[in-house]
Design a protein around this ligand. Structure first.
Ligand code: ADP
Length: 244
């Protein structure tokens, strides 16, 4: 479970990024986090993996209390989360297999388990046949699938995808969403940070909208008022929010 209780976050240079955020995401939920550029979406994600600390309030993530977590426990927290970053963060000198296996090696997994799990997750993301390829030999969508396999391989409770359809065409974004649904069906909590309105429209899931560091809407997808979001100029143009 993820629970923000009156969380505020101010960067060390004095920029306020989140202001009194309260939000609960239960195990097994699928949630879109949306908002204009600068709204606080990335900050929220960084708080979840403890790359930043809350300035005020309480934050519980998968049983860890992040407002007071000791630094030696942070790797344990991160093992409960699989994050797919926008730029994938793959190692170009490692094969697809090695990129995924590496994530298990750094947490001290036994070779036998690595040999079993890596092919299993490469199969889930549909990339078994690219096991021996290097990232430079893959398309953007394929690289992303490797990043998904790597995010899943340590069996996290929560998977966070940052703008998963940011750089891909419509067909590919459908494939990615199918994959995210599949991951959700495996029982994982899935959090998708996006400004892609077509996704929110198509998938009718819970939508949490952040603006200026505050939650301004929390609805199920069917009720989400996309028009108000598209026309809002409060914080500049909505970044890339075209409906396809
Ligand atoms: P989003 O991901 O929704 O675009 P961010 O969480 O990146 O928004 O940013 C929220 C606010 O925090 C913005 O005002 C942004 O300029 C500021 N901000 C983001 N990262 C930093 C940082 N490392 N140092 C200072 N301010 C930051």
């Amino acid at each position: 479970m993820i629970k923000f209780e009156n969380v505020s976050m101010i960067y060390s240079n004095g920029t306020p990024a989140l202001n009194d955020v309260s939000l609960q995401i239960n195990d097994g939920e699928f949630v879109f986090i949306v908002g204009h550029s600068g709204a606080g979406k990335t900050t929220l994600t960084r708080l979840l993996i403890c790359e930043e600390r809350v300035s005020a309030g309480r934050l519980e993530v998968n049983g860890f209390h992040l407002e007071k977590i000791r630094s030696w426990r942070i790797p344990k927290l991160r093992r409960t989360m699989g994050v797919v970053f926008q730029d994938f963060k793959l190692f170009d000198k490692m094969t697809v297999y090695e990129n995924v296996a590496f994530a298990m090696r750094v947490v001290g997994a036994k070779p036998k388990l690595i040999k079993k799990r890596v092919p299993f997750f490469l199969d889930i993301v549909g990339l078994s046949h690219k096991s021996d390829s290097f990232p430079t030999e893959l398309s953007g969508g394929e690289k992303q699938r490797v990043a998904f396999a790597r995010a899943l391989v340590n069996n996290p409770d929560t998977v966070i995808a940052d703008e998963p359809t940011g750089n891909v065409d419509i067909q590919m974004s459908e494939g990615i969403m199918e994959l995210l649904m599949k991951i959700n069906k495996l029982g994982k909590t899935v959090i998708v940070v996006t400004h892609d309105m077509s996704l929110i429209q198509a998938y009718k899931k819970r939508v949490v909208q952040i603006e200026n560091g505050k939650i301004v809407a929390d609805t199920n997808g069917a009720d989400f008022d996309i028009k108000s979001m598209m026309t809002s100029t409060e914080n500049g143009a909505f970044d890339g929010g075209e409906i396809r």
